[in-house]
Write a protein that binds this ligand. Structure first.
Ligand SMILES: Nc1ncnc2c1ncn2[C@@H]1O[C@H](COP(=O)(O)OP(=O)(O)O)[C@@H](O)[C@H]1O
Ligand SMILES: [Mg+2]
Length: 274
């Protein structure tokens, strides 16, 4: 199996461990004829972080659900390291943190995170859980139930839960939506080094172009529904991407390219409609 290769040295991505995501000729048409994804072919490189941006309702979450194996394409295939998403999920190698964090209400934050480990039959590592609780800024809230947390805190708990199993593929759909600005800044600074160190293949949906440029190695810009790729922007900036870096010309050039692509795709769409 590819995953048996050993890595030496922290931060080195082992291409044998990180899975590529291959989306081939995928479309999604919902009952009633709503076409969410136009034929889409896209390969996400192993161990890299790809951000997906596009207008609201263009099909980003639909695509994430297809990659997660939570739904099936109408046409085409999604393969993760050559395997079907559902099989990868079954092996506990894929984790998701979506907009609506589905925490179990009767379990504390700590026990929600521990459940993810149990589901993959991994031993419960209390220290790792504590570190993640601290990383997402929930120190002191480990023994609290979700109902006593704000929406942003629940989202952060869901991020910790997604990270605890050290997934090979991490899918984040607007994970910072309800998270307050300061915590969001912390997460944007601290999560990418963690993924790099672990060699995680990460897909992030975000509304924030600046956030995408801070986090991602590549930004895919989608058109309004049905989602088509209108720009594919490589972000060749060093990590860690500090707030200082985000004031440099190179960073602002990336933000400009993505902003322009979004604006153009919307303009064309409006112009082409009778
Ligand atoms: N289960 C579903 N049944 C019918 N239509 C859906 C379903 N899920 C999403 N859609 C529609 O597909 C389109 C894309 O939705 P979505 O992928 O959630 O967009 P985004 O995440 O980019 O905002 C929207 O028009 C939405 O209403
Ligand atoms: Mg969405």
């Amino acid at each position: 199996m590819a995953g048996e290769t050993d890595t030496e040295g922290g931060g080195v991505i082992d291409p044998g461990r990180a899975p590529a995501v291959e989306i081939s000729g995928v479309t999604k048409v919902f009952p009633g004829g709503i076409e969410a994804i136009a034929p889409l072919t896209l390969t996400l490189e192993p161990g890299r972080t790809t951000a997906l941006v596009g207008p609201s309702g263009c099909g980003k979450s639909t695509l994430m659900r297809l990659i997660a194996g939570l739904d099936q394409p109408t046409v085409g295939t999604v393969l993760i390291a050559g395997a079907a998403p559902a099989a990868v999920a079954e092996r506990g190698e894929l984790a998701v943190a979506f907009q609506d964090p589905s925490l179990l209400p009767w379990r504390t934050v700590r026990r929600n995170i521990a459940l993810a480990l149990s589901l993959t039959r991994a031993p419960i590592d209390d220290e790792a859980i504590d570190r993640l609780i601290a990383l997402v800024g929930l120190d002191g809230f480990g023994d609290v139930r979700p109902a006593a947390l704000s929406g942003g805190m629940r989202q952060r708990a869901a991020i910790a839960r997604a990270l605890v199993t050290r997934p090979r593929l991490l899918l984040l759909d607007e994970p910072f939506g309800a998270v307050d600005e300061l915590t969001r800044q912390d997460l944007v600074a601290e999560l990418p080094p963690l993924w790099q160190e672990r060699g995680t293949t990460t897909v992030l949906v975000t509304h924030s172009i600046v956030e995408a440029a801070r986090i991602a190695d590549r930004i895919i810009v989608f058109s309004p529904r049905p989602a088509r790729i209108v720009a594919d922007v490589a972000v060749e900036l060093p990590h860690p991407r500090t707030p200082e870096l985000s004031r440099t010309g190179a960073f602002l050039a990336v933000v400009d390219r993505v902003t322009d692509a979004l604006a153009r795709s919307r303009g064309r769409d409006h112009a082409s409609r009778p």
